[in-house]
Ligand binder design. Structure first.
Ligand code: PMP
Length: 437
């Protein structure tokens, strides 16, 4: 029987029913609909620091952080003030502003491989632009991506692969023509052999590898030692570009992004989430000669009415300037230590097979007896039903996790000891409930 949940409450349910009449599924991004875990989503009224508040007045410790951007915590005073000040000067001009250069300079100063950067409006756009740029720059067509990696809903990258198999062009959604994914090769994350195989078969026509340096859309799966280095070597050997999709990892796992954390230099980097400080911003960056392949300096077309939006730039500047010296990441690390140690201890106490993985300020929770999860198949083998029950008990007890066993979790600078203790108290109940349903 479905347990009855205390949270969210009746007002969220009312809003959800009303939303479903004019919005497909009641949401503007699918995972928000609680499809993976069942139940009614919480409708949010406001958020501050480590907490979000729903329309029924429930308070939750938040580990979604708007799916990544809110590394400083919600409603960070400096970010909010920067946006308010900018809004008073007008919302958008369709002409250059100094703010765009200020954010570009910050990005270039923080990310070693980036000398030049083009702002866009989402992570999807960043990945789409990175792919077109790689193809245009190399004059080649094929792209290698990994099963279980997500790069936004870009047609050519929205490819469903039989897990493990090197598959050629199977559209991952109706509406994506086969022709559009005919040049998409799907390899296995953390399996260099599968990548080498693709290069052996198609080396002369591979424009780029597109990879999440830490896989964050199949829970949280770090690269095994040598994996990213091996991708770099293969790209160099075959004259392909290495594209890191750092939309999620960028400025989260390290102030210099995952490339600094792991010491592997990509040719092109896609950014999103934190770079816009909670506003809709994405970015593509790389060496100047590669970036100047883009219009207006080069022939590869890319544009945007609202790109480099003043409010997004203001939020991004106010966010990155706080992350730059590394003190925020340094402060987050021991908090995440406490959280994960506490979760593992409570899971063990209740005899629940449970594993955590982390890189920087992102982490994953797995319901499994395995000691490590490094392949998509390992993730798929975890107990998603247990996650669903854990999710709802946590929610009932005031902890907001991503409503899917395949999302990474995010901690912020605002998660103090009180927030961590509240999380662990809820987890104690949630693990106990799993042990004795
Ligand atoms: N790339 C990665 C690695 C992502 O995690 C996401 C979104 N979660 C995207 C691209 C797409 O970004 P957006 O949702 O802003 O379009």
């Amino acid at each position: 029987a479905q347990p009855s949940h205390r949270r969210p409450g009746p007002r969220s349910a009312e809003w959800f029913a009303r939303a479903a009449k004019t919005i497909p599924g009641g949401v503007n991004s699918p995972v928000r609909a609680f499809n993976g875990v069942g139940g009614t989503p919480a409708f949010i009224d406001h958020a501050r620091g480590a907490y979000i508040y729903d329309v029924d007045g429930n308070e939750y410790v938040d580990y979604v952080g708007s799916f990544g951007p809110m590394i400083l915590g919600h409603a960070d005073p400096a970010v909010v003030e920067a946006v308010q000040k900018q809004a008073a000067k007008g919302l958008s001009f369709g002409a250059p502003t100094g703010l765009e250069t200020e954010l570009a300079e910050l990005v270039c100063s923080m990310v070693d491989s980036i000398e030049s950067v083009r702002m866009v409006n989402s992570g999807t756009e960043a990945a789409m632009t990175a792919l077109r740029l790689a193809r245009g720059h190399t004059g080649r067509n094929k792209v290698i991506k990994f099963a279980g990696n997500y790069h936004g809903h870009v047609d050519a990258l929205l490819v469903n692969a039989g897990s493990g198999a090197l598959t050629l062009g199977i559209p991952g959604s109706p509406g994506v023509p086969e022709a559009v994914v005919a040049d998409t090769l799907v390899a296995t994350y953390n399996d260099l052999d599968s990548v080498a195989e693709a290069f052996k078969a198609h080396g002369d026509d591979i424009a780029c590898i597109m990879v999440e340096p830490v896989a964050g859309n199949m829970n949280c799966v770090p690269p095994v030692p040598g994996f990213l280095e091996g991708l770099r070597d293969l790209c160099d050997q075959y004259g392909a570009l290495l594209v890191f999709d750092e939309v999620m990892t960028g400025f989260r796992v390290h102030p210099g992004c995952a490339q600094a954390h792991f010491g592997v230099r990509p040719d092109v980097t896609a950014l999103g989430k934190i770079v816009g400080g909670g506003m809709p911003v994405g970015a593509v960056g790389g060496p100047r000669d590669v970036m100047e392949t883009l219009a207006p300096t080069g022939p590869v077309y890319q544009a945007g009415t609202l790109s480099g939006h003043p409010l997004g730039m203001a939020a991004g500047i106010a966010t990155l300037s706080q992350l730059r010296d590394g003190s925020v990441h340094k402060a987050i690390a021991p908090q995440l230590d406490k959280l994960l140690a506490g979760l593992n201890e409570r899971a063990q106490k209740h005899g629940i097979g449970f594993l955590t993985q982390r890189v920087g300020a992102m982490f994953g929770m797995f319901f499994t007896d395995a000691e490590q999860v490094s392949r998509f198949d390992d993730v798929a083998a975890c107990d998603t039903e247990a996650f669903g029950r854990f999710f709802h008990t946590m929610l009932d007890n005031g902890v907001y996790l991503a409503p899917s066993a395949f999302e990474a979790a995010f901690i912020s600078h605002a998660h103090d000891d009180t927030a961590i203790e509240r999380t662990l108290d809820a987890a104690d109940i949630a693990f106990a409930t799993l042990a004795h349903p």
